[in-house]
Every structure is written in structure tokens, then in C-alpha cells.
Design a protein around this ligand. Structure first.
Ligand code: ZN
Length: 113
């Protein structure tokens, strides 16, 4: 069991990871720009949280880093990998499925054994 705070954190990390993959799928991303983008969507996430999350996704083979420039500064840029694209496709199917059920008047009735 997670303590309540960590539990909530774990819950939103999944959504944030999907969001990171989505943006990395369209253009190279870097920490600060991703933090601003997430804030736009209502996630307040600081560098102490986002950078370890990005590194974890890199270790998992979902992102790869390359040195680069953004906004006239040297930045550590992240690109999505082939495995990251597959993970994004699977996540999209799951989120679509969940979305449908969330917006139905009632969820499916559970089978009572
Ligand atoms: Zn976004």
C-alpha cells in the first residue's frame, strides 16, 4: 500500500508519462518546455519530479536523449523511440476505452458470482 500522497502521485504519473510520449512523438522535448506544457494541462510538476521521470522513461527505452539547442540554449532533448511509439499506441487504446466508459451514464454492471 502506498501512503496517500504517493498513491496520488503514482496515479497521475501514468497520465503524465502518456503526455510526455505524446509530445515527444511530435517534436524533441526538453524538461522546462514539458513542465510548462504540463502546467497548461493543470499538472504542477517541478524539476525534481519531472527529470527523474524522464530519466526513468529513457532507462525503460521509451525515450532517447540527444544534445541539442532550444530557445538559443544548449538543452538535453528527448526523442521518442520505436518502443515509445508502441507504448503510446497501447496507452491511447486504453485511454480511449476508459474514456468511453467514463462518459457512459453507467459503467458496465459487474458480474456477481
Ligand atoms: Zn499537451
Amino acid at each position: 500500500m502506498f501512503p496517500v500522497k504517493n498513491h496520488r502521485r503514482e496515479f497521475f504519473y501514468g497520465l503524465i508519462r502518456i503526455h510526455v510520449l505524446l509530445h515527444a512523438c511530435h517534436e524533441p522535448i526538453f524538461g522546462l518546455a514539458m513542465m510548462e506544457e504540463l502546467a497548461h494541462h493543470g499538472y504542477r510538476i517541478g524539476p525534481g519530479t519531472l527529470y527523474p521521470l524522464l530519466h526513468g522513461m529513457e532507462r525503460a527505452g521509451l525515450l532517447k536523449t540527444l544534445p541539442g539547442q532550444a530557445g538559443g540554449r544548449a538543452r538535453r532533448l528527448y526523442r521518442i523511440t520505436a518502443a515509445g511509439r508502441r507504448a503510446l499506441d497501447r496507452a491511447k487504446a486504453k485511454v480511449d476505452e476508459l474514456y468511453r466508459e467514463l462518459h457512459e451514464a453507467q459503467p458496465r454492471k459487474l458480474k456477481l458470482h
